[in-house]
Write a protein that binds this ligand. Structure first.
Ligand SMILES: Cc1cc2nc3c(=O)[nH]c(=O)nc-3n(C[C@H](O)[C@H](O)[C@H](O)COP(=O)(O)OP(=O)(O)OC[C@H]3O[C@@H](n4cnc5c(N)ncnc54)[C@H](O)[C@@H]3O)c2cc1C
Length: 406
């Protein structure tokens, strides 16, 4: 059983964890990332990144590596109850000339991981418990690994996702199930799909389905709806998941959508329950304590209705990296442990209200879009939501988290 002392330990090598490690590296801090999987975890296949994410990726110095992904300019939304199709301009709603780009998760994670030294990410490293120890008037985090290893850290950052061990240690309330689940995957067309770079969505009566081309041969598609009763067993067999989507949940969707699902690459297909943290638990909860904090889904799990979980995880990474990095540089390239509680407190206060609003807007967006087929809900969805509220919400995701200049 070995013991080592690190400046910064990050639990979880997903978007938030790798992003934070890259941000810290820009300041000259080599963080240790502990990831329980054997390699980069690409569950979910792809994700859409809005302009706030691209600002963060610029600050991290990796956006150029994803330059081959092109923006989606239009969003065609079909109301499943009325058949009406609305065209929502994503660039207009975004308030800038570039619409969201959908990227492979693998490409995003690799772009971040490639910035780090090979020793910075330790795979097959699952943390099981945390405690703290007083050392010369300051708090040191003690991380216990499942294999018996113990690691001491001057700063501990939990980027360990929805079921975060670190957020539990902070005393944050557990995320709750939204009542909905989502299937995601890639469709592959070896001869090319021939579709334009637009988002197509189908919403209403408790369902939200859609797809967006990733390359000229690959399409990212998703389906979310009221959780299937057979949920737990569906999650294990991709062939069953596809069958259920085609023959049950989405059987009345337009042929173009069903064709995309038919072309699913089963190795990329996953099913997940949609979880979120109640906004008031973020407002009133301890998002940091002493020298320990959280980022990404570990802090603010949200439903994916505004596609902001990953985007805001990248914002967290830059802002947290800037707070810790500035302190490090101002103290002569030294991480002064007794200053860390205040440094992390400033990060938390910068993030708290923004992520609270993102959780709230995401939930409202999902509720309105997938609500029932009554005339009131239809009026809300078609007249108020898409013509007015959606544009306001999407504008809210135009946020610049700033640069990393040390
Ligand atoms: C259906 C769906 C669609 C989505 N679409 C979008 C989208 O289009 N755009 C967008 O921005 N976001 C989207 N999201 C949200 C996005 O996927 C998440 O917000 C994002 O992945 C969060 O990143 P993270 O690094 O915080 O957590 P994760 O990606 O969950 O990474 C956490 C990492 O921690 C590791 N880990 C966990 N526990 C431990 C432990 N004890 N020890 C060591 N390692 C551990 C895990 O293995 C994992 O690698 C979507 C989510 C869903 C469910």
């Amino acid at each position: 059983m070995g013991t080592s002392v690190e400046d910064v330990v990050i639990v979880g090598g997903g978007i938030a964890g790798l992003g934070t490690a890259v941000a810290l590296k820009r300041a000259g801090i080599e963080a240790l990332v502990l990831e329980r999987s054997e390699g980069l975890r690409t569950t979910g296949a792809a994700l859409s990144l809005f302009s706030n994410a691209w600002c963060a990726l610029d600050a991290l110095g990796v956006s150029h590596k994803l330059a081959s992904y092109t923006p989606s300019l239009k969003n065609y939304v079909t109301d499943l109850d009325t058949g009406e199709v609305q065209e929502v301009s994503l660039t207009e709603a975004n308030g800038d000339a570039v619409g969201p780009r959908t990227v492979h998760r693998k490409a995003l994670l690799e772009a971040l991981a490639d910035e780090l030294s090979v020793h910075s990410i330790r795979f097959s490293s699952k943390i099981s418990a945390i405690e703290t120890q007083q050392h010369e008037g300051s708090s040191i985090a003690i991380v216990h690994m499942e294999n018996g290893t113990v690691i001491k850290a001057k700063v501990l950052i939990g980027c360990d996702g929805v079921h975060s061990v670190v957020s539990r240690w902070l005393g944050l309330r557990e995320p709750v199930f939204s009542g909905r689940s989502a299937v995601r995957g890639l469709a592959v067309y070896p001869q090319g799909h021939g579709l334009e770079q637009n988002v197509r969505r189908y919403v209403g009566s408790g369902r939200n389905a859609g797809f967006v081309p990733l390359t000229d041969k690959e399409i990212y598609w998703f389906f979310s709806g009221i959780s299937p009763a057979k949920g737990a067993s569906l999650a294990e067999d991709p062939e069953d998941i596809r069958k259920e989507v085609l023959e049950n949940y989405a059987k009345d969707l337009p042929p173009i959508y069903l064709d995309v699902v038919q072309h699913a690459d089963l190795s990329t297909l996953t099913w997940a329950p949609l979880m979120f943290r109640y906004p008031w638990n973020v407002v009133f909860g301890n998002l940091s304590k002493q020298n320990i904090t959280v980022a990404g889904d570990a802090m603010h799990p949200m439903t994916p209705d505004l596609a902001q979980g990953g985007c805001s995880a990248l914002e967290d990474a830059v802002i947290l990296g800037r707070h810790i990095g500035t302190s490090f540089v101002q103290n002569g390239q030294v991480l002064v442990v007794k200053k860390m509680s205040e440094v992390l407190g400033k990060y938390v206060e910068e993030r708290r209200w923004r992520v609270t609003l993102l959780i709230t807007w995401s939930y409202i967006s999902g509720w309105v879009q997938q609500g029932g087929s009554g005339w009131g809900m239809k009026f809300l969805r078609d007249t108020i939501f898409y013509k007015f509220l959606f544009l306001k919400m999407v504008k809210y995701v135009t946020y610049d988290c700033g640069k990393l200049d040390f």
